[in-house]
Design a protein around this ligand. Structure first.
Ligand code: ADP
Ligand code: MG
Length: 328
């Protein structure tokens, strides 16, 4: 449904590209998460999909329609894409109903009040219709922004860190609602976040980005189970995998589940902390400034700074080239 080829964006002459040649093929109905650290180019990619930013090279198609490419630039309003940001950007002087109706009014869509009632209902905010944005909570404002986005029935939904202003509990609830909206609309969604837990719980597809490029594209579990690069291995998973320098300079990856606490273990660390995780424990230590995580069934009897020895299995879970970071 969404095809991206050689997408590039440079701001100004010279310098590093913010987006440096991205290729993606996203099937109809997919929920793609663009994941990666701050500054890796997620927002710029999303803005190019929306039409708010013009690529310096490459092509984007929605279905078989080129929305931007050589000689073609379809303006944002004609792309059939809806966009929701971290800040809700509601009109403060309009009621919830008027905010949601606004894009339909601009487009001159018939049957507006029925459609508004329908989307308010889908987002469970029907009873807020007569209120103003200043009279409802942040979570409710975000639902209004989502209702406004889907009212014109876009075939592509674009989200830029839409939950990062919400508290932890509300974030989890709103995640589920967002997925329900995505499914109800049958649209293809692209969702930007730096939070891998959000990616793991919501995505059908993940594109993990780094410095303007896609480091790996695939199903979320694929990235955890078969990381293509050392960067993917240390970014994904709860806890992320451990990377330890091998004898030939290559980097060995060990999942936290593959390591054991053992007083006779080869690896000496200094204990830092224990965190419960789904009935088990993530026990962490540091070694040469590097964090080492081990999953255990019981919390260890250690105090901060104690020596904690870790036993490695016979073989690492994966080996990466030291220079390129690529899996061997
Ligand atoms: N309008 C702009 N002008 C110049 N540089 C920009 C602009 N927007 C983004 N950048 C730069 O492009 C890179 C990617 O930014 P962005 O796409 O916002 O990253 P992310 O959303 O992953 O945090 C960053 O280095 C950022 O500083
Ligand atoms: Mg961003």
């Amino acid at each position: 449904m969404i095809t991206v080829r050689g997408l590039e964006k440079r701001f100004g002459a010279g310098g590093r590209a913010a987006v440096d040649g991205i290729d993606l093929a996203v099937p109809q109905g997919a929920f793609l998460v663009l994941l990666g650290p701050s500054g890796c180019g997620k927002t710029t990619t999303l803005r190019m999909l929306a039409g708010l930013e013009r690529p310096t090279a490459g092509e984007i198609r929605f279905g078989d329609r080129v929305v931007v490419g050589v000689g073609t630039v379809v303006p944002p309003s004609r792309r059939g894409a809806g966009l929701v940001f971290q800040s809700y950007a509601l009109w403060p002087h309009m009621t919830v109903r008027a905010n949601v109706e606004w894009p339909l009014k601009v487009a001159g869509t018939p049957g507006r009040s029925e459609r508004v009632a329908e989307v308010l209902d889908l987002l469970s905010i029907g009873e807020l219709a007569a209120r103003y944005p200043g009279e409802i909570s942040g979570g409710q404002q975000q639902r209004v922004a989502i209702a406004r986005m889907i009212a014109p029935r876009p075939s592509v939904l674009l989200f830029d860190e839409p939950l990062s202003n919400l508290d932890a509990k509300l974030r989890v609830e709103t995640r589920a609602e967002l997925l329900a909206v995505h499914r109800a609309t049958g649209a293809t969604s692209v969702y930007v976040t730096h939070d891998q837990v959000e990616a793991m719980t919501m995505a059908t597809h993940v594109a993990l980005m780094r410095e303007g490029r896609v480091e790996q594209f695939g199903a979320p579990l694929e990235l955890v189970r078969r990381p293509a690069t050392a960067f993917v291995a240390t970014f994904m998973g709860t806890p992320p995998a451990n990377l330890i320098d091998g004898p030939g300079g290559e980097r060995h990856m060990y999942r936290a589940e593959s390591l054991r606490l053992d007083p006779a273990g080869d690896l000496e660390t200094r204990y830092t902390e224990t965190t419960p995780l789904a009935g088990r424990y993530v026990v962490a230590g540091v070694r040469d400034g590097q964090r080492i995580s081990v999953v255990t069934d019981a919390p260890p009897r250690l105090a901060l700074g104690d020596v904690m020895r870790v036993a490695l299995p016979d073989r690492p879970d994966a080996v990466f080239d030291a220079a390129t970071g690529l899996r061997r």
